[in-house]
Design a protein. Structure first.
Length: 114
């Protein structure tokens, strides 16, 4: 994931070179979208574990954090800024959910009851 993020950052100019200048913003946004993939991976694995253990509190906390942290800011930013307004909430929401997932994972590894 980190290697992909670095590659996307270094090669972001390749997108408009291959697809044309109208795709320039996509090359600029790609590193941010890739960065969101890192906490997203942690969130997905932790959510799967919580569901398998039937830990509804952890499942709800992670899902709610992601939903609220993405949709609420996006509702205000996307109408004004378009795709640029969506990238920030996507990255922020995944970081928020990833943080909750880390707390859930830490509590599980420490043996703290649900």
């Amino acid at each position: 994931m980190v290697i992909a993020l670095l590659a996307a950052t270094v090669l972001q100019g390749l997108v408009p070179a291959v697809y044309g200048d109208e795709y320039g913003p996509a090359g600029r946004l790609l590193p941010l979208l890739m960065a969101a993939g890192i906490p997203w991976a942690l969130t997905s694995v932790t959510l799967a574990d919580a569901r398998a253990r039937r830990d509804s509190v952890a499942t709800l906390a992670i899902t709610l954090a992601l939903t609220v942290a993405v949709l609420l800011p996006a509702a205000f930013l996307v109408p004004r800024h378009g795709i640029d307004g969506a990238v920030g909430p996507w990255l922020g929401g995944n970081v928020a959910a990833g943080t909750i997932a880390l707390v859930v994972l830490h509590r599980r590894l420490k043996g703290v009851p649900r």
